[in-house]
Ligand binder design. Structure first.
Ligand SMILES: *[C@@H]1O[C@H](CO)[C@@H](O)[C@H](O)[C@H]1NC(C)=O
Ligand SMILES: *[C@@H]1O[C@H](CO)[C@@H](O)[C@H](O)[C@H]1NC(C)=O
Ligand SMILES: *[C@@H]1O[C@H](CO)[C@@H](O)[C@H](O)[C@H]1NC(C)=O
Length: 509
């Protein structure tokens, strides 16, 4: 009897260890699919090979109000759109089909003027613009074709119009350039915005000024891979990525000197580096600024990362691809392994977390996609391969060394306190309590009418950017109160992982 109990506990601890505890799975797919205007055009796309669902791998995500953007690189044939979205206010489906953004036409392969070829990670800003780099490629190493030049495309999210296209200068790129990450440096106005792009295989960092409509390129030894940590073990595969340099990048909140810090890590590295955006914003600093780049600290063993994001309190989240986890670091603490924590881990669901974002109301979004299996082997399409998770940041940090100790410094006084205060109701509100047959997002309780947003242009004097939630109609939300220890309810679906904790107590009783 005693033995039985022990075995049960052991087995359940194992299952507990492999289920995301804090992140909640919102969407999952065995294979991606797309919405078409009518069944005939979809049939045609399937017949002509314009749509080959099993060739699609989602990589980047971003949430802006009622849209969840999903990028799908055109590494193989049959990807009808590289930039897509899921409407968060549509009736909930566990595996929603993707919609092209802004349209199929605007995603046309090989159309360098008005199309998009391959898009990786994307970023929305507080001026309701979506920043998208089209790397112009079709195919994957060694079968890559450069159909179009690297071009930054910026969309006005309120009108779904592209408001800028900027082609990188030839000097910004080298023959090996591969850019998959973007960070934004939002200043005092919408005009005063810079974007940074990490060149993983060309070992460079490209800065772009919205105001000047101009770009320049930094190089530095810290952009190089660490030759000692080029061996990867992910999803049961062993492979070597030994030449991958600067990859995950994010900006900090604005510091006392009025500048943000850009944090960066090469993919083949366990070390965090940084540089002030005071340097990056200044084209003249592309030379003579070697010592302005600095080592922030080590993360510890097996901490390769592909994506990172920092919130306005200075807490950084990053993917930990070797550990099937999302890591965190509170930048108020020294950057060393003791101060790095796993915010969440799931040895099934979080295999290759490819992107992590924090939205305007401090919900975290994570995409996982088993990318190494797709690239180095074959995905099993009878299994779930792609997942999107979400959780309030506060919940993700709870109980970790990353939890803010000091009161949150309010960078922006217009953040709706009520929204943040309501976040602890996540236990029930997360995702799927869907009486109105809509997805309700965590941290959004009774909301006032949607505010008006400045499309873009100069912001009000005091940087009073209205930060809200979204256009989702929350008034008909009837979520049940969160009871500590309750299993998270599964809504209409039973695909959530069995939570080991509950199994243990059932069996022991
Ligand atoms: C590259 O293309 C060739 C010819 O189409 C094909 O045989 C080969 O499998 C491709 N290689 C990869 C890695 O996709
Ligand atoms: C920005 O630069 C691009 C060149 O890549 C040019 O085509 C475009 O017209 C410029 N836009 C503005 C607003 O100056
Ligand atoms: C939100 O939904 C409620 C109940 O369905 C409705 O009465 C109200 O008009 C809606 N509000 C908006 C802004 O659509």
């Amino acid at each position: 009897m005693k033995m039985d109990t022990r075995i049960i506990i052991l087995c359940c601890l194992v299952s507990f260890a492999s289920a995301a505890v804090k992140l909640q799975e919102l969407y999952s797919w065995n294979v991606l699919d797309w919405n078409y205007p009518d069944p005939y055009s979809k049939q045609l796309a399937l017949q002509t090979g314009a749509l080959i669902p099993e060739n699609a791998l989602p990589v980047g995500i971003e949430r802006w109000r009622n849209k969840l953007f999903v990028s799908v690189p055109r590494w193989r044939a049959g990807i009808p759109a590289t930039l897509n979205y899921i409407p968060l206010d549509a009736p909930y489906e566990p595996s929603p089909k993707l919609n092209p953004y802004p349209s199929y036409e605007a995603n046309e392969l090989g159309n360098c003027q008005t199309g998009l070829n391959t898009v990786y990670r994307i970023k929305a800003d507080k001026c309701d613009r979506l920043w998208v780099l089209d790397v112009g490629t079709y195919g994957y190493d060694p079968n890559v074709t450069n159909l179009c030049p690297y071009a930054l495309n910026v969309y006005d999210l309120n009108t779904d119009q592209r408001i800028r296209r900027y082609v990188f200068r030839p000097e910004d790129i080298v023959s090996t350039t591969f850019i998959a990450n973007i960070a934004l440096d939002e200043g005092s106005s919408c005009e005063d915005t810079f974007a940074y792009f990490s060149d993983e295989l060309g070992y460079g960092l490209i800065a772009y000024s919205w105001q000047q409509n101009k770009s320049w390129r930094f190089t530095h030894g810290f952009f190089m891979p660490d030759p000692l940590v080029g061996d990867f073990n992910i999803a049961g595969l062993n492979f070597q990525w030994s030449s991958e340099g600067i990859f995950g990048i994010t900006t900090s909140p604005i510091g006392p000197d009025g500048y943000r810090t850009l944090y960066f890590s090469p993919l083949t590295s366990n070390t965090e580096f940084a540089v002030s955006t005071r340097i990056l914003r200044d084209e003249r600093k592309v030379t003579g600024s070697y010592r302005d780049f600095y080592v922030v600290g080590p993360r510890g063993a097996n901490t390769h990362t592909t994506a990172k994001v920092m919130d306005e309190t200075g807490v950084q989240l990053f993917s930990l691809i070797d550990q099937n986890a999302i890591g965190c670091w509170n930048s108020a603490l020294p950057h060393k392994p003791q101060n790095i924590a796993l915010a969440d881990k799931d040895d099934v669901g979080l295999i290759f977390p490819s992107d992590v974002k924090i939205d305007e109301i401090r919900n975290v979004w994570v995409m996982s996609d088993r990318m190494p299996v797709f690239l180095e082997s074959d995905l099993d399409y009878s299994d779930i391969n792609f997942r999107i998770y979400t959780a309030p940041l506060k919940q993700l940090l709870a109980g970790t060394v990353c939890e803010p100790t000091a009161p949150v410094v309010k960078i922006n006084p217009t953040i709706n306190d009520n929204l943040i205060a309501q976040q602890p109701i996540y236990g029930s509100a997360i995702g799927l309590v869907s009486n109105a047959n809509q997805v309700f997002l965590p941290g959004v309780g009774a909301s006032t009418a949607p505010p008006t947003f400045p499309a873009f242009g100069i912001l009000p004097e005091n940087n009073n950017i209205p930060r809200t939630s979204s256009y989702i109609n929350f008034s008909n939300q009837r979520s049940l109160p969160f009871v500590p220890g309750d299993p998270i309810r599964t809504g209409t679906s039973n695909r959530w992982p069995i939570r080991g904790r509950y199994q243990v107590s059932e069996n022991v009783q």
